[in-house]
Design a protein around this ligand. Structure first.
Ligand SMILES: [Cu+2]
Length: 130
């Protein structure tokens, strides 16, 4: 049966098959699939996700502009508890301890100001622009 399949293939494939053992061909296929998945995930991540760090009592970046439908994740890098509270009650995190995360999906265009309820001078803004 294997010989019948070889007849249908091109000369190049025939040569490759001659040089590589079936196990090697299998590993090549797995490696190619892994690479495709890896790069696919990177592209998806940059299109759909964005991050705001909380560093030294400041939201970084203080103003973030993203497209509608993007998930914005806030992550507290400080050794102090912070919160992320949307002005007007649009969203509200729990108390975020060190390395805690809080995500918001912004579906509609607009500007969304937020602050930390424990340190009200900590302010930021998410701009959703199509
Ligand atoms: Cu704070």
């Amino acid at each position: 049966m294997a010989h019948e399949e070889d007849k249908g293939g091109s000369v190049m494939i025939g040569r490759l098959k001659g040089r590589l053992r079936p196990a090697e061909v299998g590993w090549l296929a797995i490696a190619a699939t892994a690479l495709a998945l890896f790069f696919g995930q990177i592209v998806v991540a940059s299109a759909d996700d964005s991050n705001v760090g909380i560093d030294k009592f400041a939201f970084t970046p203080a103003t973030l502009t993203v497209k509608p439908g993007v998930t914005v994740t806030f992550e507290n890098h400080d050794g102090t508890i912070h919160t992320v509270i949307g002005v007007g009650g649009m969203f509200r995190s729990k108390a975020l301890d060190t390395n805690d995360k809080f995500s918001v999906v912004f579906d509609k265009p607009g500007e969304f100001a937020y602050f930390c309820s424990l340190h009200p001078y900590m302010k930021g803004k998410i701009i959703i622009a199509p």
